[in-house]
Each structure stands twice: as structure tokens, then as C-alpha cells.
Design a protein around this ligand. Sequence first.
Ligand SMILES: Nc1ncnc2c1ncn2[C@@H]1O[C@H](COP(=O)(O)OP(=O)(O)OP(=O)(O)O)[C@@H](O)[C@H]1O
Ligand SMILES: C[C@H](O)[C@H](O)[C@@H](O)C(=O)CO
Ligand SMILES: [Mg+2]
Length: 490
Amino acid sequence: MSKAYVAVDIGASSGRLMLGTLDGGKLQLKEMHRFKNGFTKENGHDRWNIESIMNEIFVGLEKIKKAGYDDVQLGIDTWAVDYVLVGMDGKKVEDPISYRDARTKDAMEELTSDLPKSYIYKKTGIQFLNFNTLYQLYTENREELAKTDKIMMIPDYIGYVLTGNAVTEVTNASTTQMLNLREGLFDNNLLDKVHVQQDQFPRLVESGTILGKIRHKWHTIYDLPETEVITVATHDTASAVLGTPGEGDHWAFLSSGTWSLLGTELNVPENGELAFQGNYTNEWGAYGTYRFLKNIMGLWMVQNLKHEFDDKYSFSELASMAEKVSPFEQFINVNDDRFANPENMTKEIQDYCKEHNEKVPETPGELTMAVYSNLALYYANEIQELNRILGYELDALNIVGGGSNVALLNQLTSTLSNITVYAGPGEATAIGNLMVQMITKNDINNIAEGRKVIRDSYPVKTFKPETNKYGNTLHEYQDFLNTEGRDTVQ
Ligand SMILES: Nc1ncnc2c1ncn2[C@@H]1O[C@H](COP(=O)(O)OP(=O)(O)OP(=O)(O)O)[C@@H](O)[C@H]1O
Ligand SMILES: C[C@H](O)[C@H](O)[C@@H](O)C(=O)CO
Ligand SMILES: [Mg+2]
């Protein structure tokens, strides 16, 4: 069998093991296993079931072995900011708490009451999200934390369980808002603030580091292929950016999934005053790049609506229903914290509209279109913000991830932003994960060559702005956002 690579890509809503092989300069991708992900209430907090995730990974690897692949490379990427506390016995202390848990509700304001946001931003260049690792650690019990041997980010913990080796990979480490941009290390003042020692994080490594082979003990329990784990760009968005074809000279990306991560790839960080006021982030990318982006609420809102409709409709059916509804029937600030983890998203959206004297969406199509059209407006507003902060015009938007399947959203975004949208690949995250593995094993020379492979393997769908459509809607929305209080740093 040709050399096979496996991307373990675990998002907040679903995980998958994707098999990748190179064949004549083209990437062949095969989904070998997919599973649902999500958090549940356990011991008073919203937690991820990390043991269930580990089991799904082993099940996926057994399927790969059964398919005839007995010697593979493997890379792991997951959502950001969350971590596992590992005790002196080398075992997890508890199931990891989700970033959507209510425990950090006031933590950021408390921590920054005597450590100014401007100081933290200058040091880290990271956006202020109240669930960043810095604020999560701030809420931890100090005595418990003092008894913790290691704090491992989720993908690093998975690699540790598989191989016994622990590292902290920098793309995900940067999302903690504790990594010092200039020093390239965890910032001592920020560590002190949350009573964590430098050595409580495993050593920092760049993506492309060989982590090691899966431990023998797992081969005695599961029928696994011989597997070497490579530490890829372990923050899923970092992998998504690497899996972006990069159409356009000054291209932007929109990693569209549970979150909408809108930004551009820079070679030097941009943590000046405009970026700070705009609450933009400099998450570290692979190969010395920076992901200058903003978190936008994303299709999390549609995921909740789908569940609240008892999963009667698929995502594509909801998109088709939305097609039958006029856009922009109501303005919603999709980045309002109230949508971060509401009891019921349908009610939250309807209450918001009642409170703001906006038309109340009722049907699944109306609710889905309300989310899509306000996401598109928010994207368009932020693309203008990006142009202003960067001082040049972005000329193309590469939309990747599950959301790139939504033609309606792609078209609304193109027209409102007056920018050409290149949609796909939907599995850009897994593809970016595979790219780092293939570069590390010298099957691909560098990411520029990797993006050519992606363009040759996954033709994108192009959406051009429709002229003279929706008139002044974006300006009216921006006025609305101004009255609402934009997502800026106070
Ligand atoms: N065919 C489709 N039609 C409409 N929407 C779709 C379709 N496929 C995916 N989606 C949207 O994409 C979202 C999932 O995107 P994606 O698979 O990138 O997320 P994920 O990787 O599971 O999670 P994360 O964003 O945390 O990585 C779904 O919530 C849904 O809204
Ligand atoms: C919590 C983070 O902002 C989130 O994980 C985001 O970075 C992301 O990667 C979504 O897939
Ligand atoms: Mg994903």
C-alpha cells in the first residue's frame, strides 16, 4: 500500500478521521470515520467526554487497518483554548471543561481590572474572548492547580495518551492568550496571574514535530496500524488556514463551521492600536505565520436551531428552506454574548428581535435565513474593518469548512462584501492537517506547493458580487451595530 496519512480533525460539533494519499500530484481524501462531538453537564460544568473521543479515534484507526493500511502517519487538530489537567500520576484529573461553560462569565473583567487589556494585548496580540485559557485558569482552584503536574491543550493531550509524549504545540498555545509574541514563550507575568509555573505546560514545539509511535499497550487492546504521530498545526483553525487554496493576491479566509473565523495570513503580527480596538487576534500559524482574525459566532447558531427542530431537517434542507425566505428581514448582532450558549437559541433569537423591534422569525426557514443574512452582514462589516486595519484591500475571500457548502450564504457574503468568494474545500481543516504531515515527511516541499496540490485537487466554486443588490443594507446594519455597541475592546 502507498504511504497513507491520517488526519484526526475534531471540531466542536463533529470529529472525523480522514485518510489522505498523494497520487500524481493530487490529494485523494477518504472519510474513514466520523462521530458527533459536543459537551454535556458533568459535576456542575459543561465538559467534553475525552474518553469517548479517544475511543472514536481507536475505532477509526481499526477501520483504517481493516482497509489494508498497516503503517500510517497521524496528526491531530481540535478546537482551541480548552485543556486537560494531568496529575502527578500521569492521568487526567477530570474531564476537561468546555470553553462555553459559564465559569468564565466574569473572569476576564476580574483579571483585567488590575492588568489592563492594552498590556495583555501588547504582549500577546490575542483577541479578548472571555473563555480564553488565561481566564479559564483564573477560575481554577489554586490548591488543585498546584497539585497538577501538567496542563495539556486538548490535541496535545490526545497525542500524549496515544504516544506517552507530551508537548505544547504553538498554534494552539497562542489561543491561551498567554504566549508572549516577542519571547515566543509563555509570559511569566500572565502565568503568575493564574498561579501556573512555566514547567506546568509541556515544552513548546512548532507544528511538524515528530511526537512518536502509538504506545504498544494500545496495540494489545485495539487492532491498530503501525502509527507515527506528527504534531501538526493542532489548532483546527490553523490547519483550516493551511488547507485554504489561497486564491487571490491579498486573500482572506473564512473558516466557516461552528465558529466563523474571518481573517488573513500575515508574516508579522499586527497588534497595533487599531487591531486592539477592533479586537482582532494574532493566533500563531504554521511556518512562522500569524492568523490575523476575528471569531464570529458562526453556524453554532444553526446547529442549535437544528437540534431545537428535533433534528427533523438536515443542514442542507434548512439551507433550502432559507432560500425561500427574503434576506435581511431583521438585524441581529450575531456576536452578542447572549448567543454564546443560550438555553434555547430559537427563543434567544426571537426575544432579541422583540427587544429590538425587529421582525420576529418564526419558521425554520425564517430562523435559518435570519442567521445566514446577519452572518453575511457581519462578515461584510468585518472585511471593511480588516481593510481599514491592514491598510490595503483584500481582493478575495476563501470560504472553507462546512459552511462553504451553503451557496446562499456564500452569495450573500460576496454581494454584501463586494468581493469574489471562492468556496471550498469543506474539509480544509483535515487537508491542512495532512499538508503538515506530508511536508514533514518530505512528500511535499512547502505550503506553497501544498496549496497548489489543494487547488489541483479541489476545484473551488466561485461567487461574484451581484451588482446593485441590497442597496444600503450594509450601511444600515453598520449603523445598527454602532447603536448596539460593536464587538470592540472596552
Ligand atoms: N450541506 C450543507 N448544507 C448546509 N450547511 C452545511 C452543510 N454541510 C455543513 N454545513 C454547515 O457546516 C457546519 C459544520 O461545519 P464543520 O464541519 O466545518 O464544523 P466542525 O468541523 O464539525 O466544527 P468546528 O467548526 O468546531 O471545527 C454545520 O453546522 C452546518 O451549519
Ligand atoms: C474556542 C475557539 O475560539 C474556537 O475553537 C475557534 O478557534 C475554533 O477553532 C473553532 O473551530
Ligand atoms: Mg472543523
